[in-house]
Design a protein around this ligand. Structure first.
Ligand code: MRU
Length: 367
């Protein structure tokens, strides 16, 4: 998407510099900082410490991490080591495993001399496919927004609540949850977005708000606990969120707090949609609550808040007493029964095994 006059993706290979570039998202919204990643270690750090984050972007970054490592050492052993190193960085988003498997699937059958070039080609292919997939999610999601707009008084916006950042910064481009928003804005459908701040790391406050701001989409930042109140008062027409892993039966794992939004939406008859590329479906898992590994992050993310002082320096402030430990599960699972629909690159379906298999019939034999 555009930043100023320049079109950016969240990750790209710079042909002139021969380097992989990313947007270091830790500095947003205060600073738009682009950095190069040059070694397997740097790729692993960038994913683990969330310089890049968001399920599809984690996968795309891992793909380039494998490519970079293959340039240094293209042996089977190095490939397996890169797979393990990158896989252990973050446990919940299944796109990471998916992208690593895609890379190993292509490379392992090739002679070592051909692997580096093939690895960069494959990583680029994964990125390009992600962009097209997310564009199609927007095309399908737009029709839902359009239908809701038709029920509103002329000129009144469709109020969409979203959680975390499932925007273009979380993917290679377009975003998943945001793609229908960008498409609606382009189609001239008035929308207004309620952006959950998304404690503890504030991806909503820092990243989604920045995206909405940059693209001129009307929005308000709200605290995580405001959603239920707004729904009770008819101020939310629909919810759209992303997901880090969706099971074969349609359970949806996403940023912590998503489940509570789904419960509130259910209680208030607000449609609750989840936007996802098929690379986020884990066909090996059925019961999301029991089977999906939930990342536990540093408790400092809970006991402290991070922000920027007027002099520009970034600082953290402790908000709890010394000695109070924080608990920090980073994701939760929303059962399929609370999900109105899944918006995928192939269309919209109910959150169920049959619904997903209807869109992805090639999976029937494996199911
Ligand atoms: O911890 P993060 O910032 O990687 O979590 C991101 C999310 O939970 C997103 O909603 C999800 O990955 C979907 S991104 C298109």
């Amino acid at each position: 998407m555009k930043v100023g006059d320049t079109h950016y993706r969240s990750i790209w290979f710079d042909g002139e510099k021969s380097r992989v570039m990313i947007i270091d998202q830790r500095w947003l919204p205060h600073e738009f900082r682009v950095v190069a990643l040059d070694t397997l270690d740097e790729f692993a750090t960038a994913i683990r410490d969330m310089w890049v984050r968001g399920a599809p972007l984690i996968g795309a970054t891992a793909a380039y991490g494998v490519a970079i490592e293959t340039q240094r050492n293209a042996s089977d052993e190095a490939l397996d080591n890169a797979w393990e190193r990158l896989h252990e960085t973050r446990p919940t988003a299944v796109n990471l495993r998916w992208a690593l498997d895609e890379m190993r699937g292509v490379l392992s059958s090739l002679p070592e001399s051909e692997r580096p070039a093939a690895a960069f080609r494959k990583a680029e292919e994964i990125c390009n496919a992600d962009v097209e997939t997310n564009r199609m999610i927007g095309v399908h999601g737009l029709e839902i927004v359009r239908k809701i707009a038709a029920t509103k008084k002329p000129g009144m916006p469709v109020n969409i609540l979203t959680h975390c950042n499932a925007g273009w910064l979380a993917t290679v481009d377009w975003g998943t949850a945001t793609s229908p928003m960008y498409h609606a804005a382009t189609a001239g459908i008035p929308i207004h977005v309620w952006v959950d701040e998304t404690r503890p790391r504030n991806q909503g406050a820092q990243l989604t708000s920045w995206e909405m701001n940059s693209h001129g989409i009307p929005h308000h930042l709200i605290v995580d606990n405001a959603g239920g109140h707004l729904m009770q008062h008819g101020q939310v027409d629909m919810v759209i969120v992303g997901t880090d892993r969706t099971t074969a039966s349609g359970d949806v794992c996403n940023k912590i707090g998503t489940y509570l939004k789904a419960l509130a939406a259910h209680d208030n008859n607000v449609p609750f949609y989840v936007a996802l590329p098929s690379s986020t479906i884990d066909w090996t898992v059925d019961d999301g609550v029991r089977e999906i590994p939930i990342e536990e992050r540093d408790d400092r993310e809970v006991t402290h808040v991070f922000g920027r002082l007027e002099d520009g320096s970034v600082t953290s402030v402790q908000i709890s007493p010394d000695g109070t430990p924080g608990g920090n599960p980073a994701f939760d699972v929303t059962p399929a029964r609370l999900v109105t629909g899944l918006i995928t690159e192939r269309g919209v379906t109910e959150a169920s095994r049959e619904g997903l298999l209807g869109l992805f019939p090639e999976r029937r034999s494996a199911a």
